[in-house]
Design a protein around this ligand. Structure first.
Ligand SMILES: [Ca+2]
Length: 101
């Protein structure tokens, strides 16, 4: 396997691991055995970034060479790009439901 193929395989494996971690939700998000306001903030962020993280993860798993070319890796989860994608998805959904209401 050449270096490029190895990089693709490594990114795909990392993304598959990140996928299961990403959707592991609990009320005690920071695992300090107390459910408090800090967890509410983390849950809000978990929910907000869900669409962007899902799209980035799907790109890393199913379009791995393109994701590698674009420099997308699991560190991008809940980051700026994910935030922009998530905001667009939420705005489109809000517009969709606002029109139907
Ligand atoms: Ca907590």
């Amino acid at each position: 396997m050449d270096a490029h193929a190895e990089a693709i395989a490594a990114l795909k494996a990392a993304a598959e691991m990140a996928w299961s971690l990403r959707w592991d939700m609990s009320w005690d998000m920071n695992h300090d055995n107390v459910v408090d306001l800090a967890d509410l903030w983390l849950l809000t962020a978990w929910f907000f970034f869900a669409p962007g993280d899902a799209i980035l993860l799907l790109a890393m798993i199913y379009a791995t060479p393109a994701a590698l070319l674009a420099g997308i890796d699991p560190l991008a989860l809940s980051g700026v790009l994910s935030g922009i994608v998530s905001a667009i998805v939420w705005l489109v959904m809000l517009g969709f439901f606002a029109r139907r209401a």
